[in-house]
Design a protein around this ligand. Structure first.
Ligand code: ZN
Length: 222
């Protein structure tokens, strides 16, 4: 195993633990993946192993159909959507799935996460989060339908389940999960005050933010 691969494995565990510490997943929930450079494979977190106990050698190597190539554990059952996202989008090198409560609360009521915060606009290139279909996750069919719904966005909500964000690296995919949940939380809190629909970032400012994000290289990948 190259030192680069060891670092990538460590990064997956590092960001998974960060998501757990930020209440964006519970116990063994969520899954995190990254391409293995120079190969047709990806690295993904194993199924049913708590992140606190996870070691770099526990990370599983899968092919681009999400099938295990190497590793002592089973890959995450969500591997098909991770590898399908990488197949469809050559600029997507990493994916993160979390089960964030504010995104889930809003989407359970079919309420879209609206841009009340600039960081949500910057990180998602002004495109927001897509709403995926209600299909049980973990299959190629789910992966295909959900990524169809995602289109050219950088993230998609799995209804009654969580969020899935992509990026040029795992840090970017993680940041998108964080910013989406923060925006959902603020939007939820503002709605909960019962004063009506909160003010959103005006269109012209949003456009300026998207231009700035593009110039900074934050919205590459799709
Ligand atoms: Zn999940």
């Amino acid at each position: 195993m190259t030192s680069q691969e060891v670092e990538l494995r460590k990064e997956l565990i590092f960001y998974a633990r960060k998501c757990e510490s930020r209440d964006m997943l519970v116990y063994t929930q969520g899954n995190f993946s990254t391409r293995l450079p120079g190969t047709e494979y990806a690295l993904i977190t194993p199924s049913d192993i708590p992140y606190d106990d996870m070691e770099p050698e526990d990370i599983v190597v899968v092919d681009m159909d999400g099938k295990k190539v190497d590793g002592k554990y089973r890959p995450s059952s969500e591997a098909p959507i991770h590898t399908e996202a990488m197949k469809r989008h050559p600029g997507v090198n990493a994916c993160a799935h979390v089960e964030s409560p504010y995104i889930n609360a809003l989407s359970a009521l079919n309420i879209e996460v609206k841009p009340v915060l600039g960081n949500f606009v910057y990180l998602f290139g002004g495109r927001g989060l897509a709403m995926g279909p209600s299909i049980k996750s973990g299959s190629a069919e789910f992966a295909s339908a959900t990524l169809d719904a995602m289109g050219d966005k950088f993230g998609v909500i799995w209804k009654n389940h969580g969020a899935f964000c992509v990026g040029q690296d795992i840090k970017t995919a993680f940041k998108r999960c964080v910013m989406a949940e923060q925006c959902a939380r603020v939007y939820y809190l503002a709605l909960a005050l019962g004063k009506g629909e909160p003010d959103l970032i005006p269109d012209e400012i949003r456009e300026e933010m998207v231009e700035a994000a593009a110039a900074a290289g934050w919205i590459k990948a799709i």
